[in-house]
Design a protein around this ligand. Sequence first.
Ligand SMILES: [Zn+2]
Ligand SMILES: [Zn+2]
Length: 310
Amino acid sequence: MVDPSSDRAQAATDAESAFMTLSHDRRLEILLALWDASGFSLSFSELRKAVGVRDSGSFTYHLSELQGHFVAKTDAGYELQYPGHRVLDAIQSGVFHEQVAVGPVDLESDCRECGERLTFEYDTDYIARIRCQDCGNRALEWPFDPGGIAGRDSDAMIRAFDRRTRLIWSCALDSVCPFCAGRIDPELTGHVHEEGACVGVIEQLDRYDEYFARDHPAVISVDCERCSFYSFVPVGVVLLTRPAVVGRLHEADIDLRETPLWDLGFVVDPDAVTVRQTDPIRAEVMIPDANESLGYLVDGSLDVIDERDR
Ligand SMILES: [Zn+2]
Ligand SMILES: [Zn+2]
């Protein structure tokens, strides 16, 4: 039997040595020069010129440290490898060195609690917030990278936030970590009041009280087995990727592609969700904005049942 803690210790050692490889700014300059080059490849002399190092010995040393993992030696010279691309992607996301604040920017959307305008705000804690300045309603909050802000006007960054949050949620609900590709076992959890007692343990989940949708009677917890990704997803999000639901809502005048998440009542409105049973768990999600009465049941396997088919 493999001891997972020794596996983890080995992974930490390996990761530390990979990070140490990047610990000299000259090495990042080499990666960046290859990234800028056509085909991500340069000859030795082109690469040295691009990085602008006079001391050949030191340049050769730093290049050799990157070689074999971040950079490969080819017939034509040196080529950036997948791990090198991923290092640069992480840098370009801006989370290591940029702190940006935006807003509040008024949205076209109304608060479901009080009817005032919702706003978009992005803060230096890397969280984008869709909320109501009047009543404090937190419609949606999720981490967003500074890369989503740079080079976009406010409409475009708000749309990018909507798109990226959907992508992360749908990937996590499909059991794949959107950050490290590791395993996630999404778990529908909720509570219901039965005979005066609260059944279900949703409030005991780690960090649940910080979650924007903590007033929802059920959520899906997602916890990556490999990296630090841990969060909750509103139950209604399951419906976004079910073709039968997408088609049905289209007929009911709800365009799931064009409507931002915070305008989808079944995603952000706690009143749209009811726990129908706890063992095994089943949550009902109503569609408050449809032009007819529509409801779906979501079970513990995240299977979706149209209530009209029951
Ligand atoms: Zn409000
Ligand atoms: Zn992960």
